[in-house]
Design a protein around this ligand. Structure first.
Ligand SMILES: Nc1nc2c(ncn2[C@@H]2O[C@H](COP(=O)(O)OP(=O)(O)OP(=O)(O)O)[C@@H](O)[C@H]2O)c(=O)[nH]1
Ligand SMILES: [Mg+2]
Length: 474
């Protein structure tokens, strides 16, 4: 357990009914008690057990009404509710005090300052969660899930975080670890006792077990990261095309608002405009971009460059073309250049309400090289079809129930792949009758790697980096 006592404002800044100042560490109750004047004089009822003996006047996990008083002048600062959660039965596993004050930026800062003046240190981002992890209150996957819950931007992201917080990913990892431990103990035994354990049939059985109980589940987790990652973080869709084809009109239509300027003048949009929207339950970051063409205007040129930067990283690009005019060489070159980026793309034929007869002939086969939807962004025709096609491109047509899913994040995926490499080496060793020591080393590496996901094995820098992405007060 860490020696210092830390404190921070745990609720978001701004005015509101209640704000919470959280203190964690050995001195938390002593510090809070120095600032708190309880409403009713005297201690709690006789039922008080150890808590009262150790900390006169306070029972763990109870709420106390009273006032925060500035000890330097006796002035009342706020009327509050105070709770004390005795170690180890708290979020961090340490003594924790929470002061529920009224929420105002200055007021809470004042209360926090008083707490710091009593000797608490200001908590860094994620420091409460880091202590919870270091004190064994939760493994790394669950600590990460707490942050995911806070940052979730869609219902599916919330469900995945909740499943991870309940320990689903951690349990899956632990199951594979225990298989590796069991395989390793057989390998060690064969080192001690020689051939009778290490015979070829035992190696075949060990290889089969490694494949079925570790390598296959590892592959499935990596696959789910790729295929279901959109449930966690949503997808990036970029609307791209020549000037004036109706990109901003489509953005406004899909977002159901008036976010982007639309005008008959080409070159209206000059920057990337992002908006988070939901399409049939799918969380989407939608980007409208500047019309792609060669411009002499320096501002427009920057906008076009930004659009090109955005395209390769998209999960899906909607390539818009305009049915009210013939396609020209530039349109075709644009189409080819976008598809050459290797991104998933959809051809969206816009303005079908004013389609011109020569348009079809000018398509030159483009219409068959990508999935295609024909719409009128202005009057909303076939927008529903477009939305279905978008969802179909990312999923197999149906968004699965995220509460049943384990979807590893990016950090997990990297470690899972590393583990897979080590397991494949061990498997090859078993199949090729390699030295037992070499197989043992590969299995040990795999075990260590998996331990990085749950936090059994960690290096301090990586842990600091991970928790520093959390918010202050969590
Ligand atoms: N008739 C018709 N007009 C449309 C449709 N979509 C867009 N327009 C019109 O086309 C013009 C250009 O629309 P924008 O949405 O500004 O086009 P853009 O691709 O964003 O243009 P830039 O930002 O200049 O590249 C506007 O006058 C729109 O009203 C459509 O489906 N049908
Ligand atoms: Mg525009």
């Amino acid at each position: 357990m860490t020696a210092s006592t830390i404190a921070a404002i745990a609720t978001p800044p701004g005015s509101g009914g209640i704000g919470i100042i959280k203190i964690s560490g050995k001195r938390s109750l002593e510090i809070a008690a120095a600032l708190f004047r309880k409403s009713k004089a005297g201690g709690p009822a006789q039922s008080a057990k150890n808590d009262v003996v150790k900390n006169p006047g306070f029972l763990s996990h109870r709420l106390y009404h009273g006032h925060i008083v500035d000890p330097r002048n006796g002035n009342v600062v706020d009327e509050v509710l105070l709770s004390w959660m005795r170690a180890p039965h708290s979020y961090t596993g340490e003594d924790v005090v929470e002061i529920n004050s009224h929420s105002g930026t200055l007021l809470m800062q004042h209360v926090l300052n008083l707490v710091l003046q009593q000797g608490a240190e200001l908590a860094g981002p994620g420091e409460f969660s880091k202590r919870a992890f270091l004190n064994g209150r939760m493994d790394l996957t669950r600590a990460e899930a707490v942050n995911d819950l806070i940052c979730a931007e869609s219902a599916s992201a919330l469900k995945i975080a909740a499943a991870q917080l309940s320990g689903k990913l951690g349990e899956r990892i632990q199951r594979m670890r225990s298989v590796l431990i069991s395989l390793l103990s057989d390998v060690y035994a064969s080192l001690d006792f020689g051939d009778e354990i290490e015979g070829p049939e035992n190696r075949t059985a060990a290889a089969a077990r490694l494949q079925a109980e570790v390598l296959n589940p590892l592959a499935k987790l990596v696959q789910d990261h790729h295929e279901l990652g959109y449930l966690r973080s949503g997808i990036d869709i970029v609307i791209a095309g020549a000037p004036n084809v109706g990109k901003s009109t489509l953005m406004n239509r899909l977002a159901g608002g008036d976010r982007c300027i639309v005008s008959a003048q080409p070159g209206t949009t000059r920057d990337v405009i992002e908006q988070r929207i939901m399409i049939k339950g799918l969380s989407v970051r939608l980007s409208d971009t500047a019309g792609l063409h060669e411009s002499s205007d320096p501002v427009e040129t920057i906008g076009v460059a930004k659009a090109w930067q955005k395209i390769p990283g998209a999960d899906l690009v909607l390539i818009l073309i305009d049915a009210s005019r013939e396609l020209n060489d530039w349109d075709v070159r644009l189409f080819e250049r976008i598809t050459a980026c290797g991104v998933r793309a959809l051809l969206v034929v816009n303005k079908i309400d004013i389609e011109t007869p020569p348009f079809r002939k000018s398509l030159r086969g483009l219409e068959n090289s990508l999935p295609r939807v024909e719409i009128s962004a202005r009057n909303g025709q076939h927008i529903e079809l477009l939305e279905e096609e978008i969802v179909g491109q990312v999923t197999d047509g149906r968004i699965p129930d995220a509460s049943q899913k384990i979807v590893p994040g990016l950090r997990h995926k990297h470690i899972l792949e590393k583990t897979r490499g080590a397991c494949q080496d061990a498997l090859r060793g078993m199949q090729n009758q390699e030295w037992t020591e070499i197989i043992a080393a590969d299995l040990e590496a795999a075990l260590r790697n998996l331990g990085e996901i749950t936090g059994e094995h960690y290096n301090e820098e990586a842990i600091d980096a991970l928790f520093s992405r959390f918010c202050i007060g969590k």
